[in-house]
Ligand binder design. Sequence first.
Ligand SMILES: [Zn+2]
Length: 430
Amino acid sequence: MSVRAFRGELLSVQRDPLRDPEAVRHEPDGLLVVEDGLIIARGDYAALADRYASIPTEHLPGLIVPGFVDAHVHYPQMDKIASHGEQLLDWLERHIFPAEKAFVSRAHAASVAGPFLDELLRNGTTSALVYPTVHEVSVDVLFEAALERNMRIVSGKVLMDLGPEGLRDTVASGRAGSEALIRRWRGRGRLGYAVTPRFALASSDEQLRDAGALLDEHPDILMHTHLAENLRECAAVARRFPEASDYLDAYDRFGLVGARSVFAHGIHLSDRACARLAGTGAGIAVCPSSNLFLGSGFFDFAQADRHGVRLGLGSDIGAGTTFSLLHTAGLAYQAGIAREYSLDPFRALYLATAGSAGLLHIADRVGALEPGQEADFVVLDDAATPLLARRTRHAPLAERLFALQVLGDDRAVRQTYVLGERAWDRDGGT
Ligand SMILES: [Zn+2]
């Protein structure tokens, strides 16, 4: 049994501050006590110091927040980040599909999965919902690399029986591959499975129906896909599913909309779709850097809030331009303000941590630094650059946090801890 304590400034937001103004928890001089990777106590240092006086205590200068939870990211696209020239559908054809074909090779997939997870850790991300490719082996190598790093990763073989040559499965092979992976990985480490139809246009009706059946048969798994990202895509979905009342309904008809469903983007949603998302408990992974990079649009926070849609935050690498969910939080603010919506910095932190964790159904385990949760946390440095240091000096907490989101990125991540163990140290490597 190992017990250790960490002393520093603690900040977390366990519930959506939009609905619970008391959700922000902050100890300027706090203590986090960790036993075998789990948080067993948290509070003001002065209140807890006597009780844990005999425990080895590490002082962590900086702002300690929960490890970030990336609710939508594609690991096979890591090496295609910053690919020039097109919006979604052409970008997929020209840059992404050719790159994903190479993941038929275990060696190639493994050469990306490890560095991808290391890049997450460098950016303070300790949990993620990850797209692999259509290839079963692409999931195996990701899960193997996640096990080695003790990370909380949810993923599942991509289903796309209407995909291009080399990236196409069938209803039968998609089903068999998904079931084999669920059998192989269920209950191992901190891993979870998600049925992952690429998007409505990439699967036949039969495959979408089978994905719904698979979800139904396994109450412990998630459903992960894309929704209403780009206008041309939305028009093509409307043509393909003329009987559906909107894009979301195209999924709904196959049993793919429920409390375990995570939809990336949701830029162009009807009020009916928002009401249906909220009513079922399905969530949206908001991906502002990707939406700006591909010219997809700006997420409508006001519309989502009117209906009470559950939200998290995603990097959506490789259309996204940063692995940093800290910086993505700042971009979410910018996406909001483009539509005259002012995203509060504490709420942005919530979206990047407990909000995303809620979408992934892991909010009981991570995302808030609460006793009983796993000790995944990040030490942020609000003086990481000369400009950040100037902007945050003597600033109140909300201003410091906002400056970190707008001006910060991986440079502001001093350390990342996974289950109470240091997994990344900016000043000393891993
Ligand atoms: Zn995506």
